[in-house]
Design a protein around this ligand. Structure first.
Ligand code: NDP
Length: 253
């Protein structure tokens, strides 16, 4: 995406990022902070979250709050508790990036381990829903909030071997569409990002044999992540965006 954001695009915005400890989420948190946002980091690994917070603080910004939260253990009650904690630190949320995700097994449906299937659904769907429901009151306190889910090309067209992950991303697209239809885009816009093949540990585990140097890095795909959190995307809602438009899904050539 060709998008030239202004340096102060996210000044005064408060944005929570899930899966902020690594990969695309880590980069999004660093990028949002660089463009002026106050970020809140959510992940399951305290050490990695602290490292991201330190990196932001090293740029002269206030060190962001971070919250350890294992999405696999998420319940509606735990998400409400987390939302109360968040509300203790910030008056509202202007953006939430649901980025954390679990790949599960790359295996045909007859070989999908039902337990792994359930873990993928817990992290990618149940936790995303519980967290969204708990955070909605904070989002609705913003004059123009942006809720962003993370999808995949296999969430739009099924592909052999992508089992639970693919099905969970179809559900993510559905969750985005239902929510977008329920809110006036002036107050809450709801969209999906498909990052496209990106150099992260999840990608490496899905495609162990590909040359990672041929993939875009998380930093390369940030223009869309910025666009959807800033004013330039006001009123855009119910859309599943590609961070790498035109990229052919699958392994890097
Ligand atoms: P990574 O595996 O590199 O990072 C995933 C992030 O989610 C990490 O911060 C990880 O934490 C966190 N996470 C995983 N499970 C949990 C959990 N149970 N509780 C809390 N946090 C958790 O993945 P990517 O950066 O590649 O992926 C980010 C998103 O983009 C995902 O939704 C993925 O499906 C999607 N995507 C990625 C593509 C790619 O090519 N990379 C392509 C299409 C979609 P920890 O650091 O502790 O592991």
């Amino acid at each position: 995406m060709h998008y030239q954001p202004k340096d102060d695009l996210l000044n005064d915005r408060i944005i929570l990022v899930t899966g902020a400890s690594d990969g695309i989420g880590r980069e999004a948190a660093l990028t949002y902070a660089r463009y002026g946002a106050q970020v809140l980091l959510l992940g399951r690994n305290a050490q990695k979250l602290q490292a991201v917070a330190d990196e932001i603080a090293a740029t002269g910004k206030e060190a962001p709050r971070w919250f350890t939260f294992d999405l696999e253990q998420a319940t509606p009650e735990r998400c409400q508790q987390l939302a109360s904690e968040v509300a203790g630190f910030v008056p509202r949320l202007d953006g939430v990036l649901h980025n954390a995700g679990l790949l599960g097994d790359i295996a045909t449906m007859d070989q999908q381990d039902p337990q792994v299937w359930q873990r993928v659904m817990r992290v990618n769907i149940d936790a995303t829903f519980f967290l969204t429901q708990a955070l909605l009151p904070l989002l609705l306190k913003s004059s123009c909030a942006s809720l962003v889910f993370t999808t995949s090309s296999v969430g739009r067209k099924g592909r052999a071997g992508w089992g639970a992950y693919s099905v969970s991303k179809f559900a993510t697209e559905g969750m985005m569409q239902v929510l977008a239809d329920e809110y006036d885009s002036k107050h809450l816009r709801v969209n999906c990002i498909n990052p496209g093949g990106t150099r992260t540990k999840m990608r490496a585990s899905a495609f162990p044999d590909e040359d990672a140097n041929k993939l875009k890095t998380p930093a390369d795909i940030m223009p869309l992540y910025l666009y959807l959190m800033g004013d330039d995307s006001r009123r855009k809602t119910c859309t599943s965006f590609d961070a790498q438009p035109g990229r052919k899904p699958g392994a890097a050539e």
